[in-house]
Design a protein around this ligand. Structure first.
Ligand code: NAG
Length: 394
């Protein structure tokens, strides 16, 4: 009727009449309990998916912030004994600034008083073509002894000596000070409450899970790292999962430990972790000499990950709308069954789709001017809601 008021009649132009149609929906109530069960079951599945998974499990009513700002400061404490000398923090921590990535040296092979010059190599002749060789070969070789001459810092380092790592290493403690900020919610947290005394605590995942002081031996046990194995890389993971709809004090970290170099475990080359550094001195006549250290170390890497969630109106509204719309999906399946798979499919189709053309309206208007539009077909039984009621029994 609306169209007939504002637009001229387009009748006879077939191509237009196909495009220019308007579909409106009328309700057909099908009294069939199998179809009713399917329909309600579909609705139940969709509702429970949205309530259970989308809202309760995935928390779609919240927004998340993973772009965290975090800082880590570490401090290691403990004394060890190596090569008959007592080692303190300044001797075994590298680098000394207390960063999130640091190495604890467990064993050092020292080569004292190296001067520039020529001397005999330490490694045996046949191994000497090795790409990892440290020196320049002069070419002069003592074939009877099986050694060649090298040019560089002499005497050459002999790293085949057997030195035991510091046994006290396992009793060292690592103190980790970690702060994290979630900029989206402007919430900052630290990894231990400033009110709590942490002087005498040691981390234990069961008895003291919030203490920021870790015994190295405990970490090695947790990663199943063999203490006698030299070198290695250990990750200390600090994970923040915060639901800021709850009290902010329940936003606390959890710690876990992992062995980062596990893939190299069975590699024959580059096993463990070591590096070299030298200390340089001058003799009285001005000649440089140095003391070379080959350090075997365990490298620690403190990694911080965080996610904070908080209620937000926009995702809530969007997801509620998606849920409500999806409940209507039940009708799609039921329509498929009703119109294609049921016994009276043809009958239902006739009831469901009805065409009204403007000629019919005009006919009915000219026949009974002033009367309401009446549909000529399918006016079998109308209840007061205006819906046509069908029964599968008939
Ligand atoms: C580590 O500390 C414990 C307790 O203080 C001590 O019994 C143990 O001997 C220490 N281990 C080493 C290797 O020093």
């Amino acid at each position: 009727m609306f169209v007939s008021c504002i637009a001229p009649r387009i009748v006879g132009v077939i191509s237009f009449s196909i495009i220019l149609t308007y579909e409106t929906y009328k309700s057909v109530v099908v009294r069939s309990w199998p179809l009713g069960i399917v329909y309600r079951l579909m609705q139940l599945i969709i509702i429970s998916y949205f309530v259970g998974y989308v809202f309760l499990y995935e928390r779609a009513y919240q927004v998340a912030d993973t772009a965290t700002e975090s800082s880590v400061i570490t401090k290691v404490k403990g004394f060890g004994r190596l090569n008959n000398a007592v080692m303190d923090v300044a001797d075994y921590i590298y680098p000394p600034q207390g960063e999130g990535v640091f190495s604890i040296i467990t064993k050092i092979i020292k080569t004292d008083n190296q001067f520039q010059g020529r001397c005999s190599e330490v490694t045996h002749l046949e191994q000497f073509t090795h790409v990892f060789s440290q020196c320049i070969i002069t070419g002069a070789c003592n074939t009877s002894a099986g050694y060649c001459e090298i040019e560089g810092w002499c005497p050459a380092e002999d790293d085949k000596v057997d030195i035991k790592p510091m046994p006290e290493f396992v009793n060292f403690t690592i103190y980790i000070k970690n702060t994290i900020r979630f900029p989206r919610f402007n919430v900052s947290r630290e990894n231990f409450p400033s009110t709590k005394s942490i002087k005498n605590c040691t981390y234990d995942k069961n008895t003291d899970p919030f203490c920021p002081i870790f015994r190295v031996g405990y970490i090695l046990d947790e990663t199943q790292q063999n203490v006698t194995l030299l070198g290695g890389e250990i990750g200390i993971n600090i994970e923040w999962r915060c639901n800021l709809d709850h009290n902010v004090n329940s936003c606390v970290p959890t710690y876990s430990f992992s062995k980062l170099d596990a893939p190299f475990q069975n590699a024959s080359l580059s096993k463990g972790y070591n590096f070299r550094f030298a200390k340089y001195y001058k003799t009285e006549d001005g000649t440089d000499y140095r003391c070379l250290h080959k350090a075997f170390a365990v490298r620690f890497d403190v990694m911080v990950t965080g996610i904070a969630r908080k209620f937000s109106l926009i995702p809530t509204v969007i997801n509620v709308i998606a849920a409500v719309t999806s409940v209507g999906m039940g009708t799609v399946l039921c329509d498929l069954i009703l119109l294609h798979c049921s016994k009276g499919a043809q009958y239902y189709k006739e009831k469901k789709f009805e065409e009204v053309s403007e000629e019919q309206i005009h006919e009915s208007l000219t026949l009974k001017p002033g009367s309401q539009l009446s549909i000529r077909r399918g006016n079998s039984s109308c209840n007061d809601s205006g819906a046509v009621s069908l029964s599968t029994n008939c």
